[in-house]
Design a protein around this ligand. Sequence first.
Ligand code: ADP
Length: 542
Amino acid sequence: MMNGNENRIQELEEALRAAEEANRAKSRFLSSMSHDIRTPMNAIAGMTAIALSHIDEKARVQDCLQKIQTASSHLMSLVNDVLDMSRIDSGRLALNEEQFDLADLVHDVAVIVRPQAREKGQEFRLEIGRVRQELLLGDPLRLRQILVNIISNAVKYTPEGGIVRISFSQRVEPERVWLDFVCEDNGIGMSGDFLLRIFQPFERVRTAQVSRIEGTGLGMSIVKNLVDQMKGTISVESREGEGSRFTVALPFPAAARETRTAFLPGRTVLVAEARDAGQTEECLREIGLEPVRLAAGLEAVAWLTEARCEGRMPCAMLLGQSLADMPVLDAARHVRQLAGREFPILLASEEDWASMEYQATRAGVSAFVPCPIFPSRLYSALSQLLAGEQETAGDLSGQEEDYSAFRALLVEDNELNQEIAIELLGMTGVQVETAGDGAQALEKFSASPEGWFNLIFMDVQMPVMDGYEATRRIRALPRRDAKRIWIVAMTANAFIEDVRLSQEAGMDEHISKPVDLKRLKDTLRRLLPQERDGAQTGEELP
Ligand code: ADP
């Protein structure tokens, strides 16, 4: 009896301690939150005031606007974290399930984190192992959130000049595909004691070094919750002063099998790359091509000269990130001179194509593949070149589509948001008409000739008539285009409940606010027909 009581008392004491600790963590969180919110808010308010008082000095205003942009995106991510946390707390965080492309996702993540590492002069290595299934079924936004959180931390908690190494690989099982992700750094590390608490909300290492680094202590807890919901695993190994290693394994149900048309067998590709190119060579073999690898530019030129004399030119050349003896673009120039105008020269790089396009095309590069190289990217670049289409590299990396033949109805009650959306849509060429609420939208659509609008961007929360109701009424109109017109919901947050509600109301797509140009273009590309040609030769692979 005595024993039972003692146990009970012990349990209660533990519960009390846990509650007190949670309380302390919450107060710490509130005080750091108010600091974290104030900092970017001060920047936004201050910079706005400076810009207003120097409105005629273009460079100054531009500088202010850039700082405002940085501060507001930081604020946005903070708000998102807090919202996620409260959704997790109340068990309302649901995952989407949609088909997505792993290559896109990994490249997106790289675009976000690579500049952070570069700013700190860190060596940032992103490698992929064997990837057999690029199309996966799951929640790409949440997956991206997991990856960006872990990698950003590695960059954040590793001093200048350190190393951050990321790798992705896959294990294919009959029913599912496992994505294995490892992120290693040689940064400040964590004590064994802290590792026990790292996934608890609001927890941060309590040292002067860490407190100087911006953070709320919510990221890891969100990550852990997301990984659990995805039925995956996450583990951390770390040593103070030496570094950390995060390992995540996530299962995805196998999506549609990928089929590609094989290239004609026996064709070679010359790979010029000083670094390890094993994965690139494997990618080439996977799509039916035979790689020949050389590490230096001069070697490549000599090899090509000989091959040309002997009539065994490769079908293309793949220039890697660095050569043993010269800058890669110099090598491109030599090869272009030697091999003539038509010879396909592909450049693989982790740099942003837009920043090098001009130089690279002038040096003779015909197409671009982003690093790390995924088989599908290499395949599509090569098949376009080898099909003899006169596509330039710019075409592959997203030629500016022209949507001026299309007309959209923008339904949005907030004037500022309306202005932003009109500006962004204007950049894509789409013609825009506006409506201030659902009722006006219904009226405008009903009064328009059939086929006048190609799509509707529909805000959800609006006075008079909300977006769901307006969509239902438009869909019910007795005219042919009422069922067919694309209706894209624009909401502040694409929670799965919102997605479900908007689908039930008859909307086709979701775009979350703040709307950005890339998302908008992606949506237009998906919905609006463009003349694109992807003719390939050869036979179907199983
Ligand atoms: P924060 O917003 O503070 O970065 P997180 O929840 O993302 O919060 O991480 C919690 C804490 O874990 C961090 O404050 C930091 O002390 C520690 N931490 C996370 N990742 C690393 C890492 N790669 N190296 C060292 N410490 C880390």
